[in-house]
Design a protein around this ligand. Structure first.
Ligand code: NAP
Length: 389
């Protein structure tokens, strides 16, 4: 994606730009704008929008290369959603046994964050999520961007960059669905010129597509890292990304290889077992590193994993991932609840020479790869349709 933003000489600053009927949006010009969105960072001004404390969510004007979306649904990051649920209960905003009240408390926290920061950037977890919306205006400049996917006003798209950097304004929040961490909203958001997005596929429900696109970065990395015959461990294996990782590991490693899943929620462990992707599904708390190691070694006949993936939505699973990985193996941290410090110092502390990899949310072709898995693994799709739609 080019970072310079060529703009048609015919588009003057202040001119109305191409937008849905009834919507008035002015062109703010291209002088300040760049493809990464630094022009909307308010604190500190000019910084990249992800680390920014606050971004500009005034959408009465668009800068070169921007795409304005009418937001329909937010898919909040799982670690963020869980943190907000737990914090709301701890603060007495809702009773843990009242799911609807917890959902309302999470919605109130989302509104407060977006009001304060101009984006859904959870101040505790640092993570965001992604959204589903309809394109309602396109600023000049996009058409000449190198590598930009074609898009038109009216298209429905899922953003593939984090809400933690996406300027957002919310008018109201409707249904909150805790299982999928999705909130139906009315509002607007801007995608910068460098922001990846996917058009909604015609052959699956929006909620299903949104759910899997949220974790689109997970399975493609499994496909890169897991080799035929490898032993693979997945922590949080009964969750959304965990199941996709287990499915991809089974496909890559082949029938004779071992895929071990660890999941703390018994019902999700049962779902995973029923899929037949794992040789063993262990119900255990991934925060108990020694117990998890003991159980994994028992399941593998004493072999540590060649590759281990952390897909949990809670902190403190670093050491289980590392302790279960063989010498010179790979510990891959997809979980946003992962601490760099705990991983690096923890591995050193137990003398584990393993490659510690951070879960990059982006990989070439990740959206197509993950959507295709819904077609390749019909039983996974059926489970996800039951859970997330
Ligand atoms: P998810 O569907 O909620 O799955 C997490 C699973 O881990 C759930 O089944 C959960 O059980 C289980 N779990 C929770 N605590 C556990 C424990 N102590 N031991 C073992 N299992 C435990 O979440 P997801 O959407 O797949 O996301 C997983 C992680 O990926 C999150 O941390 C999220 O932030 C991260 N993520 C990363 C990226 C990236 O780009 N790297 C993108 C999206 C998401 P319960 O149902 O009981 O909670």
């Amino acid at each position: 994606m080019a970072s310079d933003l060529p703009v048609s000489a015919f588009t003057e600053k202040g001119a109305e730009i191409g937008a849905e009927i009834g919507l008035s949006v002015k062109f703010a010009g291209s002088e300040k704008a760049d493809a990464f969105g630094t022009h909307r960072s308010l604190e500190p001004a000019g910084s990249l929008p992800q680390p920014a404390q606050r971004v500009d969510n005034d959408f009465s004007r668009l800068f070169a290369g921007e795409m304005l979306l009418a937001v329909e649904t937010l898919n909040v990051d799982a670690a963020s959603f869980r943190q907000m649920e737990e914090a709301a209960v701890a603060a007495g905003e809702a009773d843990a046994s009242d799911a609807a009240a917890v959902g309302r408390a999470v919605a109130a926290r989302v509104l407060a964050t977006v009001k304060a920061r101009g984006k859904q950037h959870n101040p505790v977890t640092g993570s965001g999520g992604m959204l589903l919306g309809r394109v309602i205006a396109l600023a000049p400049g996009r058409d000449k961007l190198v590598g930009a996917a074609p898009v038109a006003v009216g298209d429905r798209v899922a953003t593939l960059v984090s809400l933690s950097l996406t300027p957002l304004a919310i008018d109201s929040i409707g249904e909150v669905r805790a299982t999928s961490a999705q909130l139906d909203v009315t509002g607007k958001a801007v995608l910068f010129a460098s922001g990846a997005f996917a058009r909604m596929p015609a052959d699956m429900a929006d909620r299903l597509a949104l759910a899997v696109l949220d974790v689109a970065g997970a399975a493609p990395q499994v496909a890169r890292l897991v080799k035929p015959g490898n032993t693979t461990l997945v922590l949080g294996a009964g969750g959304k990304s965990g199941i996709l990782c287990a499915a991809e590991a089974r496909r890559q490693a082949g029938p004779g290889a071992k895929v071990i899943g660890v999941e703390s929620y018994a019902a999700y462990a049962d779902d995973l077992r029923a899929l037949g992707l794992c040789d063993e599904v262990i119900v255990a708390d991934a925060r108990d590193a020694v117990a998890v190691r003991t159980a994994v070694l028992a399941a593998t006949g004493g072999h540590e994993a060649d590759v281990a993936f952390s897909c949990v939505n809670v902190p403190d699973a670093e050491m289980a991932t590392i302790l279960c990985t063989r010498d010179r193996g790979v510990a891959y941290f997809f979980a946003m609840s992962t601490s760099f410090t705990k991983s690096a110092l923890g591995a050193e502390g137990v003398g584990k020479d393993v490659d510690l990899m951070m879960g990059n949310g982006y990989a070439h072709g990740h959206a197509d790869h993950t959507l295709q898995m819904m077609r390749d693994f019909p039983r996974v799709r059926a489970l996800f349709e039951r859970r997330y739609t």
